[in-house]
Design a protein around this ligand. Structure first.
Ligand code: NAD
Ligand code: UGA
Length: 462
């Protein structure tokens, strides 16, 4: 089966960049990315893309208008497509059964119903969103019950492993592409059709095919293992601080064991991002549903440890500043959940800022990419009152303005530009003692010490 037209439901962080890469690599395939969010589609069609990713502008520019299109006309795009990616959000459910753990699948269900209603002929539906195991079965049931045109469907799982900030490199040169399908002849034809799309630029040996349930589960497990490594090293960061060990030295020493490996061992103020916590909670709920309480409790600890890491960072600040931050100006450098992205979803900065505001601190926040409005919205959604945001939060476009007359500065994102800040100037601008809380170990330690800062660096014992 040859694919000549692709449509993607969801023009978000995954749908936009992923489809742009497919369009760039497959000029003979028409790719339409759809969303009902008109503002988002307008942004994809403009020079100010809604997602900041290094290299993304060039990829989009190479294909947009040729074979890459962004549109709110979802129905026409589905009708014209041979293959439909579903890349809609799957947030944690906030209400009813499974609230706080289960995935909210309402956008997936709505997408399936729309596909059933609009489709004619044969379509391949590809789950790109991260979903609980057996979602393919739910999609099939919904479509079978709602399609009246005699259309036929195959459902595949093709989870996305890109990380934000490196999305373009990850898409161009992925560790692997995972495709799960049914073992029926129709299922295998669909798998081969999708394999042939990726095989245009990904070496065949890196395209892994499995059954549907292995593919769906592998995505949750991959994120759980990655997050577990961060919680593991963060737990050790606390022990390093207590004992005089250095967490980077420990990470290096253990990471040289080829069975452990060096990646994802950077201690931090906590992991953030839209997916780690959500996907682990999804796994926890899945285990509960299959009556595996020991397994669910095991994975839940990864999230508990992460919450504790964020809380103990705030506690460290408050205790160090003589047990009160009331009315003290604290400069917050970095609000995004990691460098090279404007995304703040589940950023540890939200948790840290909220708790400092509850202690009546005055915050001066600087982030090179995050929009001030988004920072205010995140804090409001985290439960900070509009009045407190208005009175106690200042958002600046210059780090030196943020640190002026500050009692302390805290780095919460590892932006490269923080590595080369003018520290003597910062020391002059701050009140004394000038306290530094480096939650990302991004500032030059020796220089901080030489200049007389009173500094705390995550995972570094004194
Ligand atoms: P997002 O919120 O940025 O984008 C989802 C988009 O889907 C929204 O713009 C929404 O308006 C749109 N949408 C919802 N229902 C729709 C419908 N019926 N038709 C068309 N559009 C619809 O989400 P995201 O970050 O792109 O994540 C999407 C999925 O990919 C999630 O399941 C997530 O877990 C997974 N994922 C995300 C990342 C990441 O780095 N963000 C990486 C891997 C996997
Ligand atoms: C993560 C995974 O890495 C991707 O493979 C996956 O596709 C994606 O989730 C998803 O499913 O959404 P992402 O959240 O974009 O990607 O970014 P990561 O690089 O994994 O970082 C996540 C968080 O962990 C960040 O807050 C980062 O600062 C933190 N982190 C990462 C550490 O604290 N230490 C590390 O060693 C690595």
């Amino acid at each position: 089966m040859k694919i000549s037209s692709i449509c993607c439901l969801g023009a978000g962080y995954v749908g936009g960049p992923t489809m742009a890469m497919i369009a760039a690599k497959c000029p003979d395939i028409q790719v339409t990315v759809c969303d009902m969010n008109q503002q988002r589609i307008d942004a994809w069609n403009s020079d100010e893309l809604p997602v900041y990713e290094p290299g993304l502008d060039e990829v989009v520019a190479s294909a947009r208008g040729r074979n890459l299109h962004f549109s709110t006309d979802i129905r026409s795009a589905i009708a014209a497509a041979d293959l439909i990616f579903v890349s809609v959000g799957t947030p944690t459910k906030t209400y009813g059964i499974g609230a706080g753990r289960a995935a909210d699948l309402r956008y997936i269900e709505a997408a399936a119903r729309l596909i059933a209603e609009v489709s004619h002929g044969h379509k391949i539906i590809v789950e790109k969103s991260t979903i609980p195991v057996k979602t393919a079965s739910a999609i099939k049931t919904i479509i079978a019950a709602n399609s009246t045109s005699g259309a036929t469907f195959e459902v595949l799982s093709n989870p996305e492993f890109l990380a934000e900030g490196t999305a373009v490199a990850d898409l161009e040169n992925p560790d692997r592409i995972l495709i799960g399908g049914e073992t029926t002849p129709g299922g295998q034809i669909a798998v081969e059709a999708l394999v042939s799309v990726y095989a245009r630029w990904v070496p065949r040996e890196r395209i892994v095919t499995t059954n549907l349930w292995s593919s769906e589960l592998s995505k949750l497990v991959a994120n759980a293992f990655l997050a577990q490594r961060i919680s593991s090293i963060n737990s050790i960061s606390a022990l390093c601080e207590a004992t005089g060990a250095d967490v980077d030295e420990v990470a290096r020493a253990i990471g040289m064991d080829s069975r452990i490996g060096p990646k994802f061992l950077k201690a931090s103020v906590g992991f953030g991002g839209s997916c780690f916590q959500k996907d682990i909670l999804n796994l926890v709920y899945l285990c509960e549903s299959f009556n595996l309480p020991h397994v669910s409790e095991y994975w839940r600890q990864v999230v508990h440890l992460n919450d504790w890491q964020k809380s103990r960072f705030v506690e460290k600040i408050v205790r160090t500043l003589f047990n009160t931050v009331n009315n003290k100006r604290i400069a917050i450098l970095g609000f995004a959940f990691k460098k090279d992205t404007n995304d703040t979803r589940e950023s540890p900065a939200i948790h840290v800022c909220r708790d400092l505001l509850r202690e009546h601190a005055q915050l001066a926040i600087y982030d090179p990419r995050v929009e001030p409005e988004l920072i205010r919205k995140d804090l409001a959604e985290a439960g900070v009152s509009a009045k407190l945001i208005e009175a106690n939060v200042e958002i600046l476009d210059d780090p030196y303005a943020a640190v002026k007359n500050a009692h302390a500065l805290a780095t919460l994102t590892e932006w490269d530009e923080f590595k080369t800040l003018d520290l003597p100037r910062i020391h002059r601008l701050m009140l004394k003692p000038a306290f530094v809380f480096d939650g990302r170990d991004v500032l030059p330690t020796a220089e901080l010490e030489a200049l007389g800062f009173d500094s705390f660096i995550i995972g570094k014992g004194q």
